[in-house]
Design a protein around this ligand. Structure first.
Ligand SMILES: NC(=O)c1ccc[n+]([C@@H]2O[C@H](COP(=O)([O-])OP(=O)(O)OC[C@H]3O[C@@H](n4cnc5c(N)ncnc54)[C@H](OP(=O)(O)O)[C@@H]3O)[C@@H](O)[C@H]2O)c1
Length: 302
């Protein structure tokens, strides 16, 4: 059995569907097994309750798993909320350390971790240092591991590109934060990432590898949003909003109920997100979908 932590999420659900399509037995680690029950209609999935911040909850959840896939992320990421323990430190770094310990104790043989392109011990941003700590826990666990470092993932359930498409439904313009004509992205289609992860579950070519995965093309944020609007059949003015203005707004919004934005989150969404997919292609034989083709499978289809 393969246990997917964060299997109800955007990336995790893509992985769950791909594993199920390949006939694998899949279980999902979720904080709320009742709420998760209708997440995968028509697919046989077992739900196991657990929270990566609560080590005691993980022992039973990992029982019987041969492979654990770590794809958990705190709600509203990248907007952190320290009071609620919704931080990169708690969920990515310490959460992975706890899940790795539980997996080791239960005799899990393989651990696949969804990190991020940019993870490094001395990275300027704390989210990349947290990802590095998580990676280190996975690498030093003694289990066979595969670490994926995706760039910017898009698909029907994403929380990023879909926001621009949603805005274009009721606004005559779409706001772009910062230097969107200079922000370089390599968007990777969720189906491609899911195939790479599913392949890595039993392909020995992936053993103990750290694999970047980005899409086939490097594009600017402006080009990505244009392509999405074009797929949706809409022409909209792309309105640049200076990063300094968004950060000033975020410094107030972070104290509002629901914490809609933080200055750090503004930094997060305006970073470059590049990842070289050549090793994933070579080692796992995964074909990467061009943005236009990926968008064409779901945008503007009713
Ligand atoms: N999306 C991207 O563009 C992207 C890019 C690079 C890397 N990644 C990485 O891919 C992974 C998944 O990201 P995502 O976009 O799929 O996130 P997501 O949609 O927010 O899903 C994350 C899932 O994690 C679960 N979760 C939250 N807190 C948890 C906790 N304390 N304990 C256990 N589970 C918890 C939630 O499930 P329940 O509510 O059911 O508990 C949620 O469905 C993350 O590691 C992320 O850093 C994503």
């Amino acid at each position: 059995m393969i246990l997917v932590a964060g299997g109800t999420g955007f990336v995790g659900a893509g992985i769950v569907r791909e594993l199920a399509r390949r006939g694998k037995r899949v279980a999902v680690l979720t904080r709320d097994a009742v709420r998760a029950l209708d997440r995968f209609p028509g697919i046989e999935v077992e739900y196991r309750q657990g929270d990566v911040r609560d080590e005691a909850s993980l022992a039973a959840a990992v029982q019987g798993a041969e492979t654990v896939i770590g794809s958990q992320q705190f709600p509203q990421s990248p907007v952190e909320d320290r009071k609620r323990g919704h931080t990169f430190e708690e969920v990515d770094a310490r959460g992975t350390e706890k899940l790795v310990r539980a997996a080791q104790a239960a005799g899990v043989r393989r651990y696949v971790y969804l990190s991020g392109a940019g993870a490094a011990p001395d990275a300027a941003y704390h989210w990349f240092r947290a990802k590095w700590r998580a990676e280190a826990a996975v690498r030093e666990s003694g289990m066979t591991y595969v670490i994926f470092r995706p760039s910017w993932v898009y698909g029907p359930e994403d929380n990023a590109l879909n926001r621009f498409i949603a805005m274009s439904r009721f606004l005559p313009f779409v706001p772009l934060i910062g230097n969107a004509a200079g922000q370089r992205l390599q968007p990777v289609f969720i189906d491609d990432l899911a195939r790479a992860v599913a392949e890595a579950v039993d392909n020995p070519a992936a053993d103990n590898q750290t694999l970047e995965i980005g899409g086939p093309d490097v594009l600017t944020m402006k080009e990505v949003v244009r392509a999405a609007l074009q797929a949706a059949g809409r022409r909209r003015l792309l309105l640049p909003v200076p990063k300094s203005v968004m950060k000033a707004a975020a410094s107030l919004l972070q104290f509002m109920p629901g914490r809609p934005l933080t200055p750090d989150a503004v930094e997060f969404v305006t970073m470059d997100a590049l990842a070289d997919p050549s090793e994933v292609r070579r080692k796992l034989g995964v074909r990467l979908t061009a943005l236009r083709d990926g968008l064409g499978t779901y945008v503007g289809r009713g």
